[in-house]
Design a protein around this ligand. Structure first.
Ligand code: UD1
Ligand code: CA
Length: 463
């Protein structure tokens, strides 16, 4: 099979009105990646040489996403939504180039795997001219039914056109199909639109092939793989299926999770060995967690790199560009963005570290803020190796604190601090002896009962 060439046609011209969203349907994310990107990842894994994506008019965003995933993807526009067969024929010039196998895949079926696409190709290699992916859904309503004659697939009947007997068939059409390249245009060209919806149905390829004495077959897969997403509720179901795939894969690779059902991953989240992820942790796109790191409960990470043996949270937020070196510790309610935390460095309770660097072994006290934004531009803060920043310090960027320097608690640091120096940038404490005692005495005097109502009134107006 490896020698056979393959063209994949991904249909994404549907309007997706039932999503009730300004975002095109196939751009809705599942595990942090668009549905279209999931489909194109499977397509790439199935060994396709050419990929055509069929989009509707004014779908620049969809075309951009297709090219971002696969720079060589060809984009075709289906001017009018006239059915799935018409959509496939929008890519006619690509089909005419004559690939051995043609795969048709729906952009709204994001859970499809590369292996299943390979199985469909295998059936074409095995002398079928049409191979359809079937499944037995819990609720078959809305799906086309596969009409079998022994092992031969003779027709697919759309529900709206099906007889009562045909409606009872529990084997349904998952929507994906493989066609033998040399007969594809011939078959597609014969598809008409004489049906209830007046659309050109790709599913008619089966009865047409049968009429041409060509073999059509059905392969079966699970409902999860061919779940079509038409609504936000179905999007949530697909997210759940995908999350379990990712959690299972992570645990398989040696990640410990006490409550995997509360951990949310992205399709690109990468884990080393012996990582622990406590409950209620969310990973956005672009996260790498190296060996033996611990992500404590209720942390949120996105675009973050967590080094070996590092500790994050509980309740930490790592934003894009957070780079934690080995054995560093980012504590509770700490936020890190576009900043490196050096080896063994610590950032404690409620610190904000944005745009800068914390040297190895440095200690960032509780409540320390990297004041990185002046209302117009962002500036960097650089804390040297082994430096100690006292609690509640404000480091006003651009500023550098030298190696092993010490910043007193509550300081507002606006000038660079030389290595090894102590910097204090705060009001000096003043003690006023007996001030509080005297105040307490006055209060006691004021509280003594007034002699008459008028006297009381007078005292009030005096205040
Ligand atoms: C389709 C199948 C049905 C199958 C079901 C599985 C047909 C005729 N019916 O029905 O047998 O059980 O999928 O989910 O194929 N599209 C276009 N242009 C069009 C029409 C559709 O690009 O003119 C795209 C849509 O964006 C979508 C895909 O084709 O990605 C399927 O279209 P949709 O209308 O969702 O088909 P179903 O009614 O779900
Ligand atoms: Ca659909």
């Amino acid at each position: 099979m490896s020698k056979r060439t393959c063209l994949a046609i991904v249909l994404a011209a549907g309007e997706g009105t039932r999503m009730r969203s300004a975002l095109p349907k196939v751009l809705h994310p599942i595990a942090g990646r668009s549905m279209l990107a999931h489909v194109l990842t499977a397509v790439r894994g199935a060994g396709t040489q050419a990929v055509a994506v069929v989009v509707g008019p004014d779908s620049d965003a969809v075309a951009d996403e297709a090219r971002r995933m696969l720079p060589k993807a060809q984009v075709f526009v289906q001017a009018e939504r006239r059915g799935t067969a018409d959509a496939v024929l929008a890519a006619r010039t690509a089909i005419a180039k004559g690939a051995d196998d043609i795969l048709v895949i729906f952009g709204d079926t994001p859970l499809i795997s590369a292996d299943t696409l390979k199985r469909l190709r295998g059936a074409i290699d095995h002398h079928a001219s049409v191979a359809v992916l079937g499944f037995r859904p819990a609720d078959p309503r809305g799906y086309g039914r596969l009409v079998m004659n022994g092992h031969r697939l003779v027709a697919i009947r759309e529900e709206k056109d099906a007889s009562d007997i045909e409606c009872k068939i529990d084997l349904c059409n998952g929507g994906l199909m493989a066609l033998r390249g040399e007969v594809a245009l011939e078959i597609l060209g014969r598809i008409g639109n004489k049906n209830t919806k007046g659309e050109f149905y790709l599913t008619d390829a089966v009865s047409i092939a049968d009429g041409m004495a060509l073999e059509a077959v059905a392969l079966e897969t699970t409902e999860d793989e061919v779940r079509g997403i038409n609504t936000k509720a179905q999007l949530a179901e697909a997210e759940d299926v995908m999350q379990w795939r990712l959690r299972d894969a992570a645990m398989e690779a040696g990640v410990t999770m006490m409550a995997p059902e509360t951990v949310f991953l992205c399709a690109d989240t990468k884990f080393g060995r012996d990582v622990t992820v406590e409950p209620n942790v969310v990973f956005g796109p672009g996260c790498v967690v190296e060996d033996a790191a611990v992500i404590h409960a209720f942390s949120h990470l996105e675009g973050a790199h967590v080094g070996k043996g590092a500790s994050v949270g509980p309740f930490a937020r790592l934003r894009p560009g957070a780079k934690l070196a080995a054995k560093s510790r980012v504590g509770n309610f700490v936020e890190v963005k576009e900043a490196e935390i050096g080896e063994g460095a610590k950032a404690n309770h409620l610190a904000y570290i944005g745009d800068g660097r914390v040297g190895a072994g440095a200690n960032i006290g509780a409540g320390t803020i990297f004041c990185n934004y002046d209302g117009e531009a962002k500036h960097r803060t650089d804390v040297g190796k082994g430096a100690f920043i006292g609690s509640n310090a404000a480091l006003v960027a651009p500023v550098k604190v030298g190696d092993n320097a010490y910043v007193g608690s509550g300081s507002v640091i606006t000038d660079n601090v030389p290595s090894g120096a102590l910097a204090l940038g705060r009001g000096r404490q003043v003690n006023k002896p007996n001030w509080a005692t005297a105040k307490a005495g006055k209060k006691v005097a004021a509280k003594k009962p007034a002699k008459s109502a008028t006297a009381k009134k007078k005292t009030k107006t005096k205040r």
